[in-house]
Design a protein around this ligand. Structure first.
Ligand SMILES: [Zn+2]
Length: 155
């Protein structure tokens, strides 16, 4: 994980910076990011954000990855890795910018709130599959080995 010098923050707290970054991501990955209204919002957000933060975010986005991962439990929802306790504690304190050790996304801590549920519902594809309900019952893929690896890399 990287800790960025505080002078790059434009008087914003690290949580505020990542909140803005998340807003930016939502617009850029949302419907019609090229509309004049969204273009304006994107430009405004980018102006507020520190260049080094944007640089890393853009690199992730270019690789087809989300730049910000919203953490509400014990793992990073984007790469599904369990976050080390230290990382989580840091995230909850909210005084540092925290990256996922595994996928290098910015982490934003959001305890489960209605907003998140709403966003997830919205993100679901409109086309509903009605015939696959029975077959997709067990799709849990928790790998023990990868978990171990994550714990190791914490040190
Ligand atoms: Zn991750």
């Amino acid at each position: 994980m990287e800790c960025l010098p505080s002078e790059t923050m434009n008087n914003m707290s690290s949580v505020e910076v990542i909140e803005l970054l998340y807003q930016l991501q939502e617009i850029e990955l949302g419907e019609n990011p090229d509309s004049p209204k969204n273009q304006k919002a994107i430009a405004e957000l980018r102006e507020k954000l520190p260049p080094n933060i944007l640089g890393h975010y853009d690199r992730l986005m270019k690789r087809g990855k989300k730049g910000v991962s919203i953490v509400s439990g014990t793992n990073c929802p984007e790469c599904h890795m369990t976050l080390p306790t230290g990382t989580r504690a840091q995230l909850m304190r909210g005084d540092d910018i925290v990256l996922c050790d595994t996928c290098a996304r910015y982490l934003l801590y959001r305890p489960i709130v209605q907003q998140a549920v709403k966003a997830a519902a919205k993100a679901k594809p409109a086309a509903k599959k009605t015939t696959t309900a029975k077959t997709t019952k067990t799709t849990k893929t928790t790998s023990k080995t990868s978990k171990k690896k994550a714990e190791k890399s914490e040190k």
